[in-house]
Design a binder for this molecule. Structure first.
Ligand code: SF4
Ligand code: SF4
Length: 336
């Protein structure tokens, strides 16, 4: 796989090797990468978060101030009203619940009969004024996708901060008491695993079995699915790798494990990401790298129309190897 040593500096201050993802697609006769349709709107409510995890690809934290306004949320709702093909609203951040209009967005999406996903860090339930969130999410039938990079305290606290593991366990137990994670309810609770360092995630099904056994045995916790997600070499994770002199090795790992079978279901082929300011991107990673949609597509949520976004060429870069390595990776876990 070609891998030029020439560096590029993106507008997000992340050092990237020269893009060669399109070359890999071409070699495997998968070029150009185009969208199929838009069935999911992924809404990034902002960069405010109560945590500052090492692997965070959005550089979120308590000091950030970027947060979606109610006016932009109303533009999203207007798009939903005229686009029945969008079945799912996938809400992310930062900690999306830190946005003051989070509950308004959830309620309005549910009124419009859309599936709502909350990408939840679990510890947000312990932020002042947020303790009602578990009941709120259960009442509105929101699917929860929660980060828990390991079932062992030391590994979680190392990646996500001191005390995060114990608060996460307590939050999961609360969600279980509300019916989340039970096989017979509609309250889905999925966990997310990210590896640490220069490595790809292990097989998702095997790890899920380990998680289920260990979390039940140690803490009496049940959940529905484990999603393994490859860390993207951007933002804080990229900077950590660079500091450790491992960024090139990580790109090499991703490129050497390119898997053409993942291309069919790459998440950018069926979703559009809406940034906190209303700008559209092919995915959350492109948004973070300030990569807008291709020039002929509408750039802002207020201008969204399905015909102008279906079948659009997708804007790619070297980071895309993070989605196609090994079993593939997306916000919904592995792809193959
Ligand atoms: S990874 Fe999630 S929980 Fe951690 S800082 Fe980033 S947005 Fe917050
Ligand atoms: S990084 Fe984004 S644009 Fe690139 S392959 Fe992954 S989902 Fe698609």
């Amino acid at each position: 796989m070609p891998n030029s040593p020439l560096p590029l500096v993106s507008s997000a201050s992340t050092v990237l090797p020269t893009p060669s993802f399109d070359t890999a697609l071409a070699v495997h006769e998968q070029e150009p990468l185009t969208a199929k349709s838009v069935t999911t709107l992924q809404v990034n409510l902002g960069k405010v978060c109560n945590q500052t995890c090492h692997h965070c690809h959005v550089d979120a934290g308590p000091q950030r101030t970027e947060s979606m306004t109610k006016a932009t949320i109303d533009q999203i709702l207007e798009v939903l009203d005229r686009t029945p093909q969008i079945a799912t609203v996938d809400i992310t951040g930062g900690a999306p619940e830190m946005n003051p209009h989070f509950e308004y967005l959830v309620q309005e999406c549910r009124i419009r009969d859309r599936q709502v996903i909350d990408r939840c860090n679990l510890t947000v339930f312990y932020v002042k004024g947020k303790s009602h969130l578990p009941e709120f999410l259960a009442k509105h039938g929101v699917e929860i996708i929660a980060s828990l990079p390991c079932y062992q305290e030391i590994n979680v606290d190392q990646q996500r901060g001191q005390g995060v593991f114990n608060r996460s366990i307590s939050a999961l137990q609360t969600l279980n008491t509300l019916g989340y994670g039970e096989i017979d309810t509609d309250l889905n609770l999925h966990l997310v695993y990210n590896p640490q360092g220069v490595t790809l995630p292990p097989p998702q099904e095997e790890l899920e079995q380990d998680y289920k056994e260990e979390l039940m045995r140690r803490h009496g916790i049940q959940f529905n699915r484990l999603l393994t997600i490859t860390n993207m070499p951007i933002s804080r994770f990229s900077e950590d790798l660079q500091e450790a002199g491992q960024l090139d090795a990580y790109y090499t790992l991703l490129q050497e494990n390119f898997n053409r079978a993942t291309v069919e279901d790459l998440m950018c082929r069926s979703l559009i990401n809406v940034g906190w300011d209303g700008r559209l991107s092919d995915c959350d990673f492109n948004q973070m790298l300030d990569l807008p949609l291709q020039i002929r597509a509408p750039q802002w949520i207020k201008d969204f129309t399905l015909p102008s976004l279906e079948h659009r060429p997708i804007v790619t870069g070297s980071h895309c190897f993070g989605c196609t390595a090994g079993a593939g990776s997306s916000c919904g876990g592995t792809l193959t």
